[in-house]
Design a protein around this ligand. Sequence first.
Ligand code: MN
Length: 228
Amino acid sequence: MKKLMLIAFIFGTAWTLQAQLKMKEKVTHEMAPLPYAYDALEKAIDKETMEIHYDKHFRGYYTKFLKAIEGTDLEYMTMDQIFANITKYPDAVRHNAGGYFNHAMYWTVMSPDGGGKPTGELAAAIDKSFGSFDEFKKNFSKAGATQFGSGWAWLSVDADGRLFVSSTANQNNPLMNDCKQKGTPILCMDVWEHAYYLRYQNKRTSYIESFWLVVNWDEVASRYKATK
Ligand code: MN
């Protein structure tokens, strides 16, 4: 009897393991579409910059990201899971997963109908964390302007639900486990030279000033809501 039970147990375990392996599915990563025409953000960013940025830089990160995870366990992980363990993986994963994710978000937080100020819950949360919208704007602009070399400025929600502004180097982001200020990003601004050099040359602060004209506050608000 004991033998029979042992055999049943072994078969049962093997069957369960096999079922679990079958359930493990690869995560599909789409190349996020640009949600507007290349020239739609002209009041802030010129058509040629958008074309090169989306079709060359972004496509490059996307393609290299897929290549970096090909044939590895990372094919079964979400972006959140990859970033939460980023220190375990080669630099090619960090740079290209970051480049893919950060840009996919950047396209959505801008819009030809953007600009102005947030309203509702998001506006209240910004007032609570920064004192006022203008104060937040100052902090975020400064984070982008003072990031040395290439990087990003972020507005994120921390583990306690509070908003904070930060910047990261290269293609790093606040979801990465070794980021100094961790959180869920809801607004980002690319401050790599390739994001602004054609029109603004070395004047990063002029690009940052124009960025506010196209911020898609509806998208930022819905990303904020999703963190709650
Ligand atoms: Mn970029």
